[in-house]
Design a protein around this ligand. Structure first.
Ligand SMILES: NC(=O)c1ccc[n+]([C@@H]2O[C@H](COP(=O)([O-])OP(=O)(O)OC[C@H]3O[C@@H](n4cnc5c(N)ncnc54)[C@H](OP(=O)(O)O)[C@@H]3O)[C@@H](O)[C@H]2O)c1
Length: 400
C-alpha cells in the first residue's frame, strides 16, 4: 500500500481536527506532510508535535515567531512557511499526494485550486471555493487529472449514492445516467421552530448552537440562515453537473439521512450515519476502500423516526437568494458568498442583526447585478470578490 502524504489546510479548525483524528488511526496509510493555521498557533504547535509534520504554514512573521517560541526544546522544529503564497506552494508541493482543503471562506480558494491544478487527490470541505469559482475549479480537475472527493456530508452522501463508476472522482461533464434529482437534506438549524418575529433578536451564541453538528462559527451561522444549504446547492451543481431545477432541499431535523439521489425509475438511495464529519473524511481519505473513522455503531433501534419537511421561504430567505444567484451565473454566486462572509463576520462581532444578513446579501446582489461577468481567471474571481466585499461592508456600515 502506497502511503499518502497529506497536507491539511485549515488544520486547526473543526474539519482539520477531525481529519487528524482519522489520520492518526491509520499510520500505515497516511503521513502528515503539512499543516496550516491562521490564528490558533498554540494548537498548531500541539498538532505538529503529535503528527510529526515536517512542514507548517502560518500567515505572517509574527505567527512564525509565536510558533518558534512555543515549540518544545530538544525536538527538531518543522520547516515554517509563511503567507498566502506559501499555502499555494504547499498545496501543490510535489511531496504531497492528498490535500484536505478545510480553510473557511474564499481565503481557501487559491490553495484549493492550486491543489486541483497540481493533480492531487483533493478532499474538498471548503465549499466556498466551488461557489466562487466552480467553473475554473472543475476545469482544473479535468485538465490535471486530479481526484475530487466531496467532504461536505451532503455531497459525500450523494457521491456514495451515485452509480459505481471508476471516473466518479473526476469532474463530470453531465449528470450521472438515470439520475432524476438530488435531494439535499438540511437540519433546519437552531431556529427551525423559533417564532419568526423573535429572529430579529437572536444572538451569535444562539446562532452558533447547532442542534446536531459541532462546527466552526461561520458555518454554524450559515446553517442557521440556511445560506449554507444554498452554498451546497451551488456546490452540488458543479460537483454533479446538475441544474438548479434538479436539486431540491428538504429539512430533516435528525441529521441522520445525509442526502439522497432519486433515479428515473422512482428509486431513492440515501446515505445514513451519525452526524460526525469523520465519516465523510474517512471516506475521502480511504477512497475507494472503506476505512475506520472512529465513529461508533449506529443504533437503529434508538432512531425512533425520520422527519422530512419543506423549508419555509420566509424563515430562510438566504436559500432563495442562493438559488437566484445560481440561476443568474458565476458572478452572482461570488457576490452571494462574499456578501455573506462580510455579513456573518459583522453579525458575529455584534454589529448587525441576524435578520440583516439576508437583507445585506440581497441588496449586494441587486447592486452588483449590472457588473455581471464570466470570470475566467482566479484574478477575475478575486477581483469580483473584493468588489462585492466592499459593497457589503458599506451596506453593513449603513446599518451599524
Ligand atoms: N465543520 C463542519 O462540520 C463542516 C462541514 C462541511 C463543510 N465544512 C466546510 O469546511 C470548511 C472549514 O470549516 P470548519 O468548520 O472546520 O471551520 P473552522 O473551524 O472555523 O476552521 C477554519 C480553518 O481555516 C483557518 N483559517 C481561517 N481564516 C483563514 C485565512 N484567512 N487564511 C488561512 N486560513 C484561515 C483557521 O485557522 P485558525 O483556526 O488557526 O484561525 C482554521 O484552521 C468551511 O468551508 C466549511 O464550510 C465544515
Amino acid at each position: 500500500m502506497k502511503v499518502q502524504n497529506v497536507c491539511v489546510l485549515g488544520a486547526t479548525g473543526s474539519i482539520g481536527e477531525s481529519t487528524l483524528d482519522v489520520i492518526s488511526r491509520h499510520p500505515e496509510r497516511f503521513k502528515v506532510y503539512a499543516l496550516s493555521a491562521y490564528s490558533r498557533i498554540g494548537k498548531l504547535v500541539e498538532q505538529a508535535v503529535s503528527s510529526a509534520a515536517p512542514v507548517v504554514v502560518v500567515p505572517d512573521d509574527e505567527a512564525a515567531r509565536s510558533f518558534r517560541s512555543r515549540w518544545p526544546a530538544g525536538r527538531p522544529i518543522p520547516e515554517i512557511r509563511i503567507g498566502a503564497e506559501a499555502l499555494v506552494a504547499t498545496a501543490s508541493d510535489p511531496e504531497v499526494s492528498t490535500v484536505m482543503a478545510a480553510i473557511v471562506g474564499t481565503a481557501g480558494l487559491p490553495a484549493a485550486l492550486a491543489a486541483a491544478r497540481a493533480g492531487k487527490r483533493v478532499l474538498l470541505a471548503n465549499k466556498e471555493a466551488l461557489v466562487a469559482a466552480g467553473g475554473l475549479f472543475m476545469q482544473a480537475v479535468r485538465d490535471s487529472g486530479a481526484e475530487l472527493l466531496p467532504i461536505d456530508s451532503e455531497h459525500n452522501a450523494i457521491f456514495q449514492c451515485l452509480p459505481e463508476d471508476a471516473e466518479r472522482a473526476r469532474a463530470p461533464q453531465r449528470p450521472a445516467k438515470g439520475v432524476r434529482r438530488l435531494l439535499l437534506t438540511a437540519s433546519g438549524g437552531p431556529f427551525r421552530t423559533t417564532a419568526l418575529d423573535a429572529l430579529h433578536d437572536v444572538t451569535p451564541e444562539q446562532a452558533c448552537a447547532h442542534p446536531n453538528w459541532s462546527m466552526g462559527r461561520k458555518i454554524s451561522v450559515d446553517s442557521a440562515t440556511m445560506l449554507n444549504k444554498g452554498l451546497e446547492v451551488i456546490e452540488a451543481h458543479w460537483l454533479f453537473a446538475m441544474d438548479a431545477d434538479r436539486i431540491e432541499v428538504v429539512i430533516h431535523p435528525q441529521s441522520l439521512v445525509h442526502s439522497m439521489v432519486e433515479y428515473e425509475d422512482g428509486s431513492i438511495l440515501a446515505q445514513l450515519g451519525q452526524p460526525d464529519m469523520r465519516t465523510p473524511i474517512a471516506y475521502g481519505l480511504g477512497f475507494p476502500e472503506r476505512i475506520d473513522s472512529g465513529v461508533g455503531l449506529f443504533d437503529l433501534a434508538r432512531m425512533q423516526k425520520l422527519d422530512f419537511e419543506p423549508p419555509e421561504p420566509e424563515r430562510f430567505p438566504c436559500l432563495t437568494l442562493a438559488y437566484e444567484a445560481l440561476r443568474a451565473g458565476q458572478s452572482s454566486c461570488i457576490s452571494l458568498n462574499a456578501a455573506n462572509e462580510v455579513a456573518v463576520d459583522r453579525f458575529l462581532a455584534g454589529r448587525i442583526r441576524y435578520t440583516e444578513i439576508p437583507q445585506i446579501i440581497g441588496e449586494c446582489l441587486e447592486r452588483l447585478e449590472s457588473v455581471s461577468c464570466r470570470p475566467t481567471t482566479l484574478e477575475d474571481v478575486l477581483e469580483h470578490d473584493r468588489h462585492a466585499r466592499a459593497v457589503a461592508a458599506e451596506l453593513c456600515l449603513l446599518r451599524a
